[in-house]
Design a protein around this ligand. Structure first.
Ligand code: 26Q
Length: 827
């Protein structure tokens, strides 16, 4: 027998018959069942395995190519990857959706039911985590070598139930039934050390008596469009190291040993909900260090496999920090290079500033991550020491450049000295990175004008913008079959990987036939959404009404409450003139509140209370309905977003870094009502100012009002409708059983109103009237919706990732492999 070659294995075939056999084989050989005993979940797993078989070849080849070409790789470090479901996405990427569906039918398996059984991988909170998932999809589609590194949380984003109008959180144990998409790679396990003490030894530090946790890799493949390549997402899971519990075990304390084991394994137990103002939780710090340390050890191991030292590290490795959550990568790389590989400080630091880059996702002062020095010193003493050293050298440099400016040193320092001393993770990230980017044009501009203005003095060339994007595969091809088919019929299928092609739809905006077909597709999606809503007990909605949708995390700055004020006003107006010519509306909300975020939870309750009162009031004759859909997540977004007519993007100007939901809605033919904030501005530029409803104060006006002493009460006193809405809230009109329930909401609005809802209220309500006017003219509305879709080309995450690759990371697409002759055996 000749020796086996690398890619000699049988290549799967994608005919319906071959798929049918594969699924059946997988049912028997991987799941261990047969057609007589298979449950719906067994079928799901059998299909999963059959599909996974079809991406494996491409995946292994992508990895081998990167190695063979000694390509520069990019490592995207993110605490969150909100990937949602893997199966349908892979079916589409491998172009086997229809054949697999048919194969299932031949086997007597209910395809639609089984794909709906897959739990979402909810390993993220919202925008930031979903962005990371879209980026992996685009890296695979562009054939860029690299991978995503994160944490394999055992519990993802909590599930939300609504009980008597209030949010109740339930653990999301998404791995209960196993996860057939992942591969455990125990050979890639690393020790991550915590605590301990430092012992100086000839100019170096020994870090001793640490508590150790083992990080074990779990890999999932992320298939790119048409399987151009498959990207790797490597998530770390914590395992207790033998050492700690053996000690206790040997002392005879078996139970203590098992408890210690639990303690170490807690590190990858649960995703922290995004409560941006809550900082300083020790377990969160341990999580951040855990995944960063394992990832860096893995990156250096891979580098040393094919290089003899670190001279070429910066030419072969780019490491990206998704926000400051992985910023401990900076002192960790320093530690590895200094303590484990004996490099000198200058060489090590210079490598850091060449390999790292950092994306900022927020300007809100209170949301910027800081860690108490006391905590860091206790959990990571070596790293705290390195941060001090980095800071000392940096401040010396600042002082040399600006000797007269003492206030500058205090402002720019990595250590915040007011009150409890804290490490400013954003400063550390900027200092160590050769590029720092914001996520929309406005955000990037404000970023250099505000939080990083001092750093701009020092390093002006570091700062840049990379406007966010979304993957058109999941957010149009997968989520919106009717519109995708229509677009295919007019401009062909290439938009999936060249989203700019959508611009060709502009010529069809005035074409009546196209408008009608476009309207029909929207109607189909609205019916699907109405069916979903009908499954919530007690709610039915009219699919012909205007679907007005705000779905996103619950946060005061996103101003769901402003939407509620508009609803109350509309309700009052309908009551005053029930027979006027109202445009029937269904206002749809969904979103989770962090479990400790009291005000966000109260707003969820208010939405549900308002919904109950409005929906049960016969006098308004169904002209207005309010719905809160529980447990918002990726798989629900895929149904909700295509069904929207109107997209609510109403954050206070200057607060939403970019938004990406705004892009998903516009791509699916919803019109936006929005403030001049984040990527809304660029959406307006690309779809045309006439095709978006913009209202409210701009960033400068918001700042000006804040500066002059904003008086929310004056708006309340000066606007009859607003006063009415707030008064009704205040009297308990929506909570008659507990009239004081919303006292806090009312007081916040009238006394401080930090996000200036009252200042924007009048313009918002007036803008909503313009929305009604356009909706009364269906052809004009649809024309505008088509122009929205046509203008969304630039918001593909392929564009975004292309810019990161060439302007920040310096990585190039892999050269395609020499095609192998496939063997013709079904697997
Ligand atoms: C921090 C400390 C402790 C616990 C949790 C956190 C935490 C977790 C998640 C803080 C923030 C987040 C998430 C932030 C986020 O999603 N930001 C959004 O990022 C999107 C992608 O760039 C932007 O479009 C949004 O504008 C931005 O709000």
């Amino acid at each position: 027998m000749p020796p086996v070659t690398a890619f000699e294995y049988d290549k799967p075939i994608n005919s319906v018959e071959a798929l049918r056999r594969s699924i059946l084989n997988r049912l028997v050989y991987a799941v261990g069942k047969d057609v007589r005993s298979a449950t719906q979940r067994d079928w799901l797993f059998a299909v999963f395995h059959a599909v996974r078989d079809r991406i494996m070849g491409c995946w292994r080849e992508s990895l081998a190519q990167a190695e063979d070409q000694d390509a520069k790789r990019v490592y995207y470090l993110s605490m969150e990857f909100l990937t949602g479901r893997a199966l349908t996405n892979a079916l589409l990427a491998a172009d086997i959706y229809e054949p697999v569906k048919q194969a299932c039918a031949l086997l007597g398996a209910d395809f639609d039911a089984l794909i709906d059984l897959e739990p979402d991988a909810g390993l993220g909170n919202g925008g930031l985590g979903r962005l990371a998932a879209c980026f992996l999809d685009s890296m695979a589609t562009l054939g860029l070598p690299g991978m995503g590194y994160g944490i394999r949380y055992e519990y993802g984003m909590f599930a939300q139930r609504i009980e008597q109008g209030q949010q109740v959180e339930e653990p999301d144990y998404w791995l209960v039934n196993g996860h057939p998409w992942e591969f455990m790679r125990p050979e890639f396990s690393y020790t991550v050390r915590f605590g301990g003490r430092l012992v100086p030894q000839d100019g170096h530090s020994l870090w001793l008596d640490t508590q150790d946790v083992i990080a074990t890799a779990y890999d999932s493949g992320v298939p790119g469009h048409q399987m151009r390549s498959v990207a790797t997402m490597r998530l770390w899971s914590a395992r207790a190291s033998g050492g700690v519990n053996l000690d206790a075990f040997n002392r005879g304390d078996y139970i203590q040993a098992v408890e210690d084991k639990n303690h170490s394994e807690n590190v990858s137990r649960v995703l922290y909900p995004d409560d941006r103002t809550e900082h300083g939780r020790e377990l969160r710090l341990r999580q951040e260090y855990f995944f960063v340390s394992a990832s860096l050890q893995d990156i250096l191991r891979r580098h040393l496999k094919s290089h003899s030292g670190f001279e070429q590290l910066a030419d072969k490795v780019a490491i990206h920090l998704n926000d400051t959550h992985p910023a401990l990568a900076v002192p960790e790389l320093m530690r590895l290079l200094l303590d484990e590989h004996q490099l000198g400080w200058e060489a090590a630091w210079s490598l850091c500033t060449c390999v790292f880059s950092y994306t900022n996702h927020t300007l809100m002062e209170e949301a910027l991550e800081t860690w108490p020095v006391e905590l860091l010193s206790r959990v990571l003493p070596r790293h705290m020491g390195l941060i001090y050293e980095i800071n000392a050298r940096f401040l010396a440099e600042v002082h040399a450049r600006f000797p007269a400016d003492h206030a500058l040193l205090r402002r720019i320092s990595l250590i915040e000295e007011r009150g409890v001393r804290r490490v400013r993770m954003a400063h550390l990230s900027v200092l160590a990175s050769h590029k720092v980017n914001g996520v929309s044009a406005l955000h990037s501009q404000l970023m250099v004008e505000t939080i990083f203005s001092d750093f701009v003095q020092m390093y002006p060339e570091r700062f840049c913008n990379k406007t966010n994007g979304i993957t058109p595969r999941r957010w149009l091809a997968l989520a919106n079959a009717p519109l995708s088919a229509l677009i295919d019929s007019r401009i062909g299928p290439d938009w999936r990987s060249e989203l700019d092609q959508l611009a060709r739809l502009r010529d069809l905006a005035d074409d009546t036939e196209f408008q009608n077909a476009f309207g029909l597709a929207k109607q189909q999606n609205k019916r699907r959404l109405a069916d979903l809503i009908a499954r919530c007990p007690g709610v039915s909605v009219d699919p012909l009404s205007l679907f007005d949708v705000q779905v996103k995390r619950m946060h005061e700055y996103k101003r769901q409450l402003l939407n509620v004020l508009h609803i109350i006003t509309r309700y009052h107006r309908i009551l005053a003139q029930p027979h006027a010519d109202w445009v029937p509306r269904t206002v749809i909300f969904a979103g989770k509140a962090a479990s400790a975020y009291h005000m966000a939870k109260l707003i969820i309750r208010l939405i549900n209370d308002v919904a109950r009162v409005v929906n049960s009031d016969q006098r308004i004759g169904g002209q207005l309905r309010v719905v809160f859909i529980p447990n918002y997540r990726v798989s629900l977004a895929e149904i909700i977003i295509p069904g929207a007519n109107l997209s609510e993007q109403i954050s206070t100007a200057g607060t939403e870094a970019s938004g990406t939901g705004n892009m998903k809605f516009a791509l699916n033919g919803a019109l936006t009502i929005g403030t001049w904030d984040g990527a809304n501005i660029e959406i307006a530029d690309n779809v045309g100012r006439d095709n978006i409803f913009v209202f409210g104060n701009r960033t400068e006006q918001v700042a000006e009002l804040r500066g002059y002493g904003y008086q929310p009460r004056s708006y309340y006193e000066g606007n009859f409708d607003l006063k009415c809405a707030i008064d009704r809230l205040s009297e308990g009109a929506f909570s008659p059983e507990e009239p004081e329930r919303y006292r806090e909401v009312v007081n916040t609005l009238l006394e401080s109103d930090y996000y200036q809802l009252l200042a924007d209220y009048a313009d918002y309500v007036a803008c909503q009237e313009k929305v009604d006017d356009l909706y009364r003219r269906p052809a004009a509305w649809t024309r505008s919706a088509i122009l929205n879709v046509a203008g969304m080309g630039v918001f593909s995450s392929d564009r975004t990732i292309g810019e990161y690759a060439s302007e920040i990371w310096g990585v190039q697409p892999l050269k395609p492999a020499v095609p192998q002759a496939p063997s013709l055996l079904p697997v």
